[in-house]
Design a protein around this ligand. Structure first.
Ligand SMILES: Nc1ncnc2c1ncn2[C@@H]1O[C@H](COP(=O)(O)OP(=O)(O)OP(=O)(O)O)[C@@H](O)[C@H]1O
Ligand SMILES: [Mg+2]
Length: 560
């Protein structure tokens, strides 16, 4: 039972019912709520249950006298500050009243007493109590109001935080979309530039034209790499970098990078030496990414080493670790710059008058790729003019030589030899689907040059008709096309029975090169994904491989 703020409760404690009746009759005019207790124990119980304005307490009671009740009372939460008026007829002696005050009484009244005096005292305490209660209620109301206000503010804050997060997500998605679109738009023309330049170079042009074409090709490749670096950085930042782990020979992966940078070293007059120990064995890594790591370190070494200098690559095995070191005799790195070397966009010389190009992304990508492989990369240089050494350590396969090369478990055909430009495609029928005339005729030309019979379709609908009419061995298709896109087209094809071309192997050839674009292509039913700008060697090898598989599974021609 709780006390109401307006009606105060008064506890009257006496073992004599007659005394109770008298006291209650006396207090009645105060309009308070009277609660009676017939013993000390009962009084303590009542006090534990509710808050009283004042207590009238008899002294002489069996079992527990009033003094004892007062002492115990002070230990109760509700009793600590409760005013006690002792009312007694027997203990009139001075010593009892002293004892009463000592046990915590606020008053000690002996009988016979003046009714008005008692009434006045009780009234005083009731008034005090009501005042205190009013104050307490006001405080509670104030605190509740404050709490409600705080809750409201919190709710507003939460909502604005949620809205900010929603906006950030939208902005983030928009950024991803933007990157995908920009990369698509940049890759599409590059595809034509690179592809046709390569075709033109194969037509044995004059020395002048060959030099011009070689320059165009080199520049287009450099531009393609910048697009890749920006996309890689975006992937890393958004945590979307994925590795295609395979088991590959360390020497092969590194050899590819050395081969790719050798022309640049030769052109600059920098001696490039690689000391690859054939028994370094195998490494479990994403072969393309491993090549990218080494390529970046070698390119930097060549870029920052003047003519006549030397760049040396060594690869060795230390226990189960594969260690790759790239050392150069070039310009070296200032001690103060070393801690920032692997941060994106950081360059020792970022001025507009600097001697070397680049975005400052190479080493940041190297660091992320090495980390993702569970390895480490460190740079050492004794300062400007003293050359630099970059050391990469990666976990190798436990026993060199015991693992079978290419035992990847993955069926994807992503890491084919890009230089296989002389593979012949004689007798293969290929259908090329692309809404862009330039891109279509480029692939057609590349494949026709290798001996394939190539049909073209400018849309997914035309492709579906051509597929059934010409029954190609391999399909090469763009993905982003108006009306029906490549994903929908391949899903439709995959729903056809084998005799109508439902199982025709298909390559997605697209300028959308994000991780999710590749995933989507595989999920829709393509067997391979090639991003633009295309490497002619890669597309030719893929068509050759898929064509071989397709032809092997064709039913033999009926014998007469
Ligand atoms: N071998 C090196 N010798 C001297 N300085 C180096 C070497 N490698 C890297 N650096 C310094 O570290 C910076 C960052 O290298 P990073 O490869 O990240 O960028 P970049 O080569 O300038 O541009 P990007 O690689 O994006 O084309 C370089 O600009 C250069 O100042
Ligand atoms: Mg670089």
């Amino acid at each position: 039972m709780g006390s109401s703020p307006n009606i105060a409760s008064v506890l009257v404690v006496d073992d004599s019912p007659a005394n109770l009746v008298v006291l209650e009759a006396l207090l009645n005019p105060l309009g308070v709520r009277l609660v009676e207790a017939r013993s000390g124990a009962e009084a303590l119980e009542r006090i534990a249950e509710e808050t009283f304005a004042v207590m009238l307490l008899d002294v002489q009671m069996p079992e527990m006298d009033g003094f004892e009740v007062a002492r115990r009372l002070r230990k109760l939460e509700n009793g600590r500050d409760l005013p006690i008026i002792f009312v007694t007829a027997i203990h009139r002696d001075e010593k009892y009243s002293r004892q009463g005050y000592a046990s915590g009484a606020t008053d000690y009244i002996t009988k016979p007493f003046d009714a008005d005096v008692l009434l006045g005292r009780v009234k005083g305490f009731v008034g005090l109590f009501q005042q205190r209660e009013k104050l307490r209620h006001k405080e509670v109301a104030e605190r509740t109001r404050e709490r409600d206000e705080a809750m409201q503010q919190l709710a507003v804050l939460l909502e604005s935080e949620r809205a900010a997060r929603r906006e950030a997500e939208i902005a983030n998605n928009a950024k991803d979309e933007f990157l995908a679109t920009v990369s698509h738009e940049l890759r599409t023309p590059l595809n034509s530039i690179l592809g046709w330049t390569m075709i033109a170079r194969r037509l044995s042009p004059s020395a002048d034209i060959e030099r011009a074409l070689a320059t165009i090709e080199r520049s287009a490749r450099a531009q393609a790499r910048i697009i890749e670096d920006v996309l890689d950085t975006a992937r890393i930042i958004s945590g979307k970098l994925r590795l295609e782990m395979t088991t590959s020979k360390v020497a092969d992966a590194i050899g590819g990078a050395v081969q790719a940078v050798r022309p640049a070293a030769d052109a600059k007059g920098v001696r490039l030496e690689s000391k690859l120990n054939g028994s370094i064995g195998f490494i479990s890594a994403d072969a393309d990414r491993l090549q990218q790591i080494v390529w970046n370190l070698l390119s930097n070494a060549i870029k920052f080493t003047p003519k006549g200098g030397r760049v040396e690559l060594t690869a060795s095995r230390v226990g189960s670790i594969v260690r790759v070191c790239v050392t150069d005799t070039g310009q070296g790195i200032r001690r103060e710059f070393l801690p920032y070397l692997f941060e994106p966009f950081r360059q020792a010389d970022g001025s507009t008058t600097r001697r070397h190009g680049g975005l400052g992304l190479g080493l940041a990508i190297v660091k992320q790729l090495v980390d993702a492989h569970g390895g480490s990369v460190v740079a050492r240089s004794d300062g400007e003019g003293t050359g630099s050494t970059f050391t990469v350590e990666l976990p190798g396969c436990p026993t060199p030589g015991l693992v079978e090369e290419g035992s990847t478990g993955s069926w994807r055909l992503s890491a084919l030899d890009a230089s296989a430009i002389d593979v012949r495609l004689d007798g293969l029928r290929v259908l090329v689907v692309d809404d862009e005339e330039d891109a279509r005729s480029l692939v057609q030309r590349l494949l026709t040059d290798q001996g394939a019979t190539v049909g073209c379709a400018p849309s997914a609908e035309d492709a579906l008709t051509a597929l059934e009419a010409t029954r190609p061995n391999v399909l090469v298709s763009d993905v982003g096309m108006p009306v029906v896109d490549g994903y929908t087209m391949i899903r439709r094809i995959r729903s056809l029975p084998p005799e109508r071309g439902g199982k025709t192997p298909a390559i997605a050839l697209t300028a959308y090169a994000r991780e999710e674009d590749v995933e989507r292509a595989f999920a829709a039913g393509f067997q391979a994904h090639v991003s633009k700008p295309i490497e002619p060697g890669k597309i030719i090898s893929l068509v050759a491989n898929l064509g071989r598989i397709a032809r092997a599974s064709e039913p033999p021609p009926p014998t007469q």
